[in-house]
Design a protein around this ligand. Structure first.
Ligand SMILES: Nc1ncnc2c1ncn2[C@@H]1O[C@H](COP(=O)(O)OP(=O)(O)OP(=O)(O)O)[C@@H](O)[C@H]1O
Ligand SMILES: [Mg+2]
Length: 296
């Protein structure tokens, strides 16, 4: 697989803060890599180095073999930034057309991409007047119109409603089939598991774990199924996929990695069950769990 993004030993300091502390990362053609990490992990800093908005050192970042500080290299990139201010006077169609021209494409490339992103009816609207989700779609249109080899998307689904999110994943899948590499950042383990070929977990500027979604999920701390139940402790212990069991007042806490399978049997065995909750491991806990288990 051809490599479209290569990051080697990326570093960045903001004063005393080591935002990036030696990060390695590759994205191949057609591959989707999710960069997962809690707030402040360094995701946006890395994205900004990749897209040429922050300086990087030496040859630590290569896009299609080139340096993203050079305009010709940046033409291979489509970018969705985490926070982007649009110029106050420009309309949706002007921004998408401008992005096409900057990428060396004809102005006519804008129409089909706006249609794809459901922006045609908003073409004459000033970008600053759009809703959050509409702005995300506009950014994506501007990223796609240049036919990039690499899409770099910083929390691209933030603010998208469910249909827009679905459409967004469809569009990415189509681009990937044509060999476009994707790097996206997210806080959501579920999201990264669903879409990425590989997940890279970043924490305090370092890669603390990486692997396929399945590999990572298998190492995540357990979910907890919580309920009030009449079942005896031995019966609970024998349920499928229970890896830990404790009581808290009149509730039991069942640790598992397969809550659905567990719940199916639990609800049959105790039809009188009440107070049911399933708590997922949050990202902070998951990252802590991954580090604890020596995954770094
Ligand atoms: N312009 C800046 N000046 C000083 N420190 C900064 C600046 N931008 C980011 N930082 C710091 O660098 C670290 C990494 O920030 P970064 O924005 O890359 O994190 P992130 O993983 O994108 O977080 P989030 O999930 O909140 O978007 C944080 O400690 C942050 O406070
Ligand atoms: Mg960020």
């Amino acid at each position: 697989m051809e490599t479209v993004l290569e990051v080697r030993g990326a570093r960045h300091d903001y004063g005393a803060t080591k935002a990036l502390d030696g990060v390695d990362l590759d994205v191949g053609a057609g591959e989707c890599v999710a960069l997962l990490g809690p707030n402040g992990a360094g995701k946006t800093t890395l994205v900004n180095q990749i897209v040429g908005l922050l300086p990087h050192h030496g040859e630590s970042v290569r896009v299609g073999g080139g340096d993203p500080r050079i305009a010709a290299t940046r033409r291979q990139l489509g970018v969705v930034q985490q926070s982007l201010g649009f110029p106050t006077t420009l309309k949706v169609s002007e921004l998408v057309t401008g992005a096409a021209v900057r990428a060396g494409k004809p102005r006519s490339a804008a129409g089909p991409v706006m249609a794809e992103l459901d922006l045609t009816d908003l073409a004459g609207r000033r970008a600053v007047k759009l809703s959050g989700g509409q702005k995300q779609r506009l950014q994506l249109a501007m990223a796609l119109v240049g036919d990039p080899r690499l899409l770099v998307l910083d929390e691209p689904t933030a603010g998208l409603d469910v249909p827009a999110r679905k459409r967004f994943w469809q569009i990415l899948a189509e681009r990937r089939e044509r060999g476009v590499g994707v790097l996206l950042t997210t806080h959501l383990i579920e999201e990264s598991s669903a879409v990425a070929d590989r997940v890279v977990v970043l924490d305090r500027g370092r890669v603390v774990a990486q692997g396929t979604p399945d590999e990572l999920v298998a190492r995540l701390p357990d979910r907890t199924v919580i309920a009030r139940t009449g079942l005896a402790l031995e019966q609970l212990q024998a349920l499928p996929g229970v890896v830990s069991l404790r009581t808290d007042g009149d509730h039991v806490h069942l640790g598992t990695r397969t809550p659905e399978a567990l719940l199916r049997v639990l609800l049959v065995q105790d039809p009188g069950l009440t107070g049911l909750r399933v708590e997922g491991a949050g990202l902070e806990e998951a990252v802590a769990g991954l580090i604890e288990r020596g995954a770094a």
